[in-house]
Design a protein around this ligand. Sequence first.
Ligand SMILES: [Zn+2]
Length: 113
Amino acid sequence: MKVITPNGGTAGRKLTSEFIAFQRSRILKKLEIYNDPKSILEQSQDLGGEITPQQNYRLNVVSIGLIEALKLIDSHPEQYGICLDCHKEIDLTRLQIVPGALRCTSCQNRKDR
Ligand SMILES: [Zn+2]
């Protein structure tokens, strides 16, 4: 039995299973786009239809992150939305923008640096 509380609570926030399922479907959709070479080419049309190594790298990194988020949702849904590094809750706004986010903004920034 899952405890359903409204979004944006402070300590002990529980994401509803509906929200997690919704995020899961968004991640799957993103993965579909990233794994479709044609759509990647369409995305890069403004660059002359060529996928640069940087873009390729970026797409791989994003795909890996999305797959990791998917695995987490499937194995430990209660851990979704919790930062992997500092174990604090990831901002709900961030999750809505980046459904595959595994880290809070500050930990992600630290990691990217
Ligand atoms: Zn963090």
